[in-house]
Design a protein around this ligand. Structure first.
Ligand code: PLP
Length: 418
């Protein structure tokens, strides 16, 4: 049984009315007097009532600092925080709780690996492989590492559809390749990468591989043992949880040999002015007071998603994506950026010569929230020779009627600009 009571039934087709009732913001917010149509889920998704309630329960009945207290509340908070770690472990099917590190977001998790692994084990002339479709969070930390170490960033190209050119990816491997980090799903294009194959290639060459799962875990089941990746990271606020919490999964053997990222309280066993002995994993990487409330609420979000069922979520989102793609493609002048065979429910588009910011502003007049800009993936924009896109990204609580509203609004924009 779930720790959180759900208003939505646990089996059968998704009852959208009941699902939507779980998300107060969807009915409570009006934009310019119109109902909110929230299509910016790839940036941050909304929180259902059980997650909000869990946060409130923590803040009103359980709040204390963890690990170091002997008093009642500290024990309660510690138990809830460590139980959250267990929930994340089961969600990713990691082997052990100690392979789960709480971070502040996925960016922090990638930086942790860049510092903890990269700084310890990479040197001059070594190479790191990424792809052309990475979020800046999976580019900049590696660039900073390369700068420091005299290492080199190698980038696997993508084709016009927005798929990694796998032969080129494989060709990048050589004896100097020391680390690979690729996104599971592109936030700008929606492409679902063949990560199993990419991991197998890295494994074949004996190179550790990290997967940025920020856009994946909310759409599909992820099993880190089946994938056999070395690191996997995601972020809470895109998985119907709060901001301020992320997760790094790492194989225990790797985490053990990594350097801590930050120094401070809780990550030590003993400290003298001469020497510090570090704590065991995962605590070695959780210096200072961690995001206790956020991790506990993230676990509630995971319980919620599991009860709804990632298979049901994926089926509904497939339908939303298919319908939205067809609806927008039918509008003269609309160009869809990212047409990979495997896509998550992310739809980047361009309307004639209209700047995406104007598109977004006009859609907002209709109460429709889409993201416009480079989506922190400027190299993707450079690849397509455009400055930005408008991006509609769907969650399981979105409806086909909302897609109709999007299409009608885009049609209006297109007419307005001739
Ligand atoms: C693929 C991908 N990676 C990393 C991030 C960074 O997420 P956060 O800001 O939560 O660290 C995002 C956010 O949009 C993303 O889509």
């Amino acid at each position: 049984m779930s720790a959180v009571p759900l208003q939505t039934p646990a089996s059968g087709p998704l009852d959208l009315e009941r699902v939507r009732a779980d998300f107060p913001i969807l009915s409570e917010v009006q934009v310019h007097g119109k109902p909110l149509v929230y299509l910016d889920n790839a940036a941050s998704s909304q929180m259902p009532r059980p997650v909000i309630d869990r946060l409130v329960r923590y803040q009103t009945r359980e709040h204390a600092n963890i690990h170091r207290g002997v008093h009642y509340l500290s024990a309660v908070a510690t138990d809830a925080y460590e139980a959250a770690r267990g929930t994340v472990r089961r969600f990713l099917n990691a082997r052990e709780d100690r392979e789960i590190v709480f971070t502040s977001n996925v960016t922090d998790a990638i930086n942790l690996v860049a510092h903890g692994y990269g700084r310890a084990f990479l040197g001059a002339g070594d190479e790191i492989v990424i792809t052309h479709m990475e979020h800046h969070a999976n580019i900049v930390p590696w660039q900073m590492l390369c700068e420091e170490k005299g290492a080199k960033l190698r980038v696997a190209p993508i084709d016009d559809a927005g798929e990694v050119v796998m032969e080129e990816y494989e060709k990048l491997f050589n004896p100097r390749t020391k680390l690979v980090s690729v996104t599971h799903v592109s936030n700008a294009l929606g492409t679902v990468n063949p990560v199993k194959e990419m991991i197998a290639i890295a494994r074949h060459h004996g190179v550790p591989i990290m997967i940025d799962g920020a856009q994946a875990v909310q759409h599909m089941p992820v099993d880190v043992q089946a994938l056999d990746c070395d690191f996997y990271a995601f972020t809470g606020h895109k998985l119907f949880g709060p901001t301020g919490v992320g997760v790094l999964y790492g194989k225990a053997a790797l985490l053990e040999k990594m350097r801590p990222f930050r120094g401070g309280g809780d990550m030590i066993l003993s400290v003298t002015f001469e020497k510090t002995t570090y704590n065991t994993i995962p605590f070695k990487f959780e210096a200072g007071t961690p995001p206790i409330a956020q991790a506990i609420a993230l676990a509630a979000a995971i319980d919620y998603v599991k009860e709804i069922g990632l298979d049901r979520i994926a089926a509904h989102e497939r339908e939303l994506l298919r319908y939205a793609t067809e609806s927008l493609q039918a509008i003269p002048g609309v160009r869809i950026i990212g047409t990979a065979r495997e896509k998550a429910s992310v739809l980047s588009f361009y309307v004639g010569d209209v700047h995406p910011h104007d598109v977004g502003t006009l859609l907002n007049d209709d109460g429709i929230a889409v993201r416009t800009g480079h989506h922190c993936a400027q190299p993707v924009m450079q690849r397509y020779g455009i400055p930005a896109t408008a991006r509609a990204s769907f969650a399981f609580y979105n409806t086909l009627a909302e897609v109709d509203k999007l299409a009608a609004s885009v049609r209006w924009v297109q007419k307005l600009f001739g």
